[in-house]
Each structure stands twice: as structure tokens, then as C-alpha cells.
Design a protein around this ligand. Structure first.
Ligand code: GTQ
Length: 345
């Protein structure tokens, strides 16, 4: 719509008063369906891994604080974001290195891609991590990373940084020492709270999940048990959500995480959802077919250790070449809390 000279002159006189005419932007603000600047994108591990390994020669974990290559969405270039609300990155820690203790209002988790004998310490308890494990560092929990092993350790970091930044509520604190003092044996949180039991003295008084380590063999066994006892979901296969056992809800208020088993030859039905999803393939290979606005289909051929992002409202479906396991995380839980979540039937 072209603006008449009379209106243009009026709009100019509004500006010094910090006023703007809604009628010029209303259709852009209240769209008939979701719009996103994020683009679907695939990161092949065979491309990312050598570049991440190279970073090990350029900078230490100590200097970097966190040696991470951000999975930066090409539609959000320069913003350090993977979707409007979510951040993902590939972090590497080398034997003997320490990524020092800090805490922040952003919530985080890591999903292990490669390596073992490195740990994340949360509030003074070390979780030794292996491929496929999920480890949480909730909002304002002290955490540091270290590595007692011999090979590079690489994991996917998932955080809600863009969402927290949107509110402006970013706070970060660095601990006075390199590492937060150890105060519990490694594995004690999962050992105590990870078996459908709760101490009768109810001693856990944080407002986040008492479990911060979800070992892959246990999650994988749950998928197998589910697969042995029911049909797969036509869109998502045998899909499980990781939960905070005290609430039964998402692992953290702003981050939801899932693990799904898709059988060999799976041809999923199309899913269209308001949750933005970031996937990491844990096992197998297949493809995800994404319908674009112009009707063209985009095909991401993925295999173990690859990551890809499906932004909000893009219709997509998964197919497999073999039994495959997909890890994913999303902002679906926080959308549900706010009454915003929708999924097409
Ligand atoms: O490991 O604490 O990818 O603070 C970004 C910010 C990882 C971490 C990231 C972080 C971390």
C-alpha cells in the first residue's frame, strides 16, 4: 500500500513523539499463520567434526571458556541462534582440559556425540558422560566440564539463550575457582532419584530436576520396551520425552527433549507443529523431507551424529534406511505453558 503525502507527513510528525501508526504494520504483526526467519538446515558431522577438531589447535578450552561451534541458523546470521528461541552448538573438550565453573539464567543440556571419560559437574557432582547420554545444567546451577580420558570429547549443547535474551533476563556469574568444589559422589543424584523412588526426608530443595544425568543405555532400554509393546506413532515412531521425575513434565521449563526409535523402512506421516525442533541422530540413517513455502520439498539425508533443524510450522516427515534413533529438543514445553502450542491434525 502506498502512503499518501498527507499521511506520510503525519507519520513523520509522530516519530519525534515515539508514536507509530498500527494500521501500517498490523498485518505484519498479526499474521494468519506462524512466520519464522529460521531456515531448515542440516549439519553433517563429517563436515563439522574436522572443523571442531581444528579449533582445538587454535584455542584452549580455558581461553574460550566454552570451545563451541554454534549451529547458527543461516536465516539468523550473526545472532548466534539456531531458531528464534533456541541455541545449539557442538562443544569439544580435550583430555586434561577444564572448562571453568560458571552459572547463568539460561538453561542448558548436553547430548553426547562422541567420546567418554569427560564429565560435567553440576553443583559439585560429576556426571561422567558417554555417547547418547543427556546431561542437564538447569537455570542458575553451577557447572564446569573436565576430561580424564584420552580422546577428544564432543557433545551437542542445547540452550534457551535466545529466549532468555529476548526477555533481557541474562545473568552470568563466574565461580571464584576453576571448578566448583566436589561435594557428592559421582552418580549419586541418578542413583538416588532415577529409580522411581524418593528419599522420605524429601531432602532435595532445588526447584529443578533432582536428576541431571540420563544415561543412554537406560533411555535406549525404555525405547526397546515401548517398541515391544505398542505400535509406533505414525509421525514420530516410538517417541519418549525426557522428564523431570518430580513433575512428570519437561526436563526444564524452557527446554523439552525427546528420544525416538524409528524402525527400518519407517515412512512417517507429515507433522506440522509450532515447536521448533533441533535433531541429532544417535543411531542409524534416513531422511527428513520438509515442505517449503513454495511447495518444493527439501530432503535432508542424515546419519548418526548429524544435526538438523526444523523451524516452526514447516510440514516434515521422517523416513529411515535402518533402525534409527533420533534425539531432539524443542521449545514445545514453554509454548504449552504459555498456551501457544499447536499441532496440525
Ligand atoms: O557448557 O556451559 O554451548 O555456558 C554455551 C554456553 C555451552 C556450557 C554453550 C554455555 C555452555
Amino acid at each position: 500500500m502506498t502512503v499518501s503525502a498527507e499521511r506520510a507527513e503525519y507519520y513523520d510528525r509522530l516519530k519525534p513523539h515515539s508514536l507509530a501508526p498500527l494500521w501500517e504494520i498490523l498485518a505484519k504483526l498479526l499474521t494468519t499463520k506462524p512466520t519464522t526467519r529460521s531456515l531448515p538446515c542440516l549439519w553433517r558431522y563429517e563436515d563439522s567434526r574436522p572443523l571442531l577438531i581444528e579449533s582445538g589447535k587454535l584455542i584452549t578450552a580455558e581461553e574460550a571458556e566454552r570451545r563451541v561451534l554454534v549451529l547458527e541458523n543461516p536465516g539468523l546470521a550473526g545472532e548466534g541462534s539456531t531458531t528464534e528461541a533456541l541455541y545449539a552448538g557442538l562443544q569439544m573438550i580435550l583430555p586434561g582440559e577444564v572448562a571453568g565453573a560458571h552459572r547463568h539464567t539460561a538453561s542448558a543440556f548436553r547430548f553426547i556425540i562422541e567420546g567418554d571419560q569427560a564429565y560435567t559437574a553440576v553443583d559439585g557432582e560429576k556426571a561422567y558422560m558417554s555417547a547418547g547420554d543427556l546431561v542437564l545444567t538447569p537455570n542458575w546451577a553451577w557447572h564446569d566440564h573436565g576430561h580424564d580420558g584420552k580422546q577428544p570429547m564432543i557433545w551437542l549443547d542445547g540452550l534457551d539463550i535466545p529466549l532468555v535474551k529476548y526477555f533481557g533476563t541474562v545473568f552470568t556469574e563466574h565461580y571464584s575457582e576453576k571448578q566448583f568444589p566436589a561435594n557428592r559422589p559421582s552418580g549419586s543424584s541418578y542413583g538416588t532419584f532415577g529409580h522411581n523412588l524418593r528419599p522420605v526426608d524429601d531432602s532435595f530443595d532445588e526447584d529443578y530436576s533432582p536428576i541431571f544425568h540420563y544415561p543412554y543405555p537406560e533411555s535406549r532400554k525404555a525405547l526397546d520396551a515401548m517398541a515391544g509393546s505398542r505400535d509406533p506413532d505414525p509421525k514420530r515412531g516410538w517417541a519418549m520425552e525426557y522428564i523431570d521425575p518430580t513433575s512428570g513434565g519437561p526436563i526444564m521449563p524452557t527446554l523439552s527433549a525427546f528420544l525416538s526409535l524409528l524402525p527400518s523402512g519407517f515412512k512417517g506421516k507429515t507433522r506440522q507443529t509450532t515447536e521448533a525442533q533441533i535433531f541429532s541422530c544417535a543411531e542409524g540413517s534416513g531422511r527428513t523431507i520438509i515442505e517449503q513455502e513454495n511447495g518444493d520439498e527439501l530432503v535432508f539425508e542424515w546419519q548418526a551424529r548429524d544435526q538438523f533443524v526444523i523451524p516452526i510450522w514447516y510440514p516434515h516427515r521422517h523416513e529411515t534406511n535402518e533402525d534409527s534413533v533420533l534425539f531432539s529438543f524443542s521449545d514445545g514445553g514453554v509454548q504449552k505453558l504459555l498456551g501457544l502450542y499447536r499441532e496440525a491434525p
